[in-house]
Design a protein around this ligand. Sequence first.
Ligand code: AMP
Length: 112
Amino acid sequence: MTCIFWHIVAHELPAEILCEDNDLVIFKDINPAAPIHFLIVPKKHIDSINGLDEKNAGIVSKMVLAAKRMAEQHGVQSGYRLMINTGREAGQVVYHLHMHFMGGWGRKPVIR
Ligand code: AMP
């Protein structure tokens, strides 16, 4: 495997890792598109949603539940966005399944 997330998951490349368990690694997006922007990444390599089947699709519910926990921990249950880009036309750049967790807009200063 040569994709960048594979190397982050294997701790061979640095990343701002927030938490990790047997199945997932969660780290900060290097180019945040929201005040809070994490990536929820399975340890097992799957290219994209297109690589899921009945045997491995359970990882997606683990990703969603991890997102829910992150929302609680970061106090953004009032609003957060989960996004999985799938394929070049949708803007997928890294071919290792990942879910974007974005939120924190309520923390922005109000501009009058
Ligand atoms: P996608 O377009 O869904 O494939 O998203 C890939 C995301 O990975 C982008 O938001 C990038 O900013 C992010 N990214 C790429 N390289 C790194 C890295 N080394 N550490 C953290 N985030 C990264």
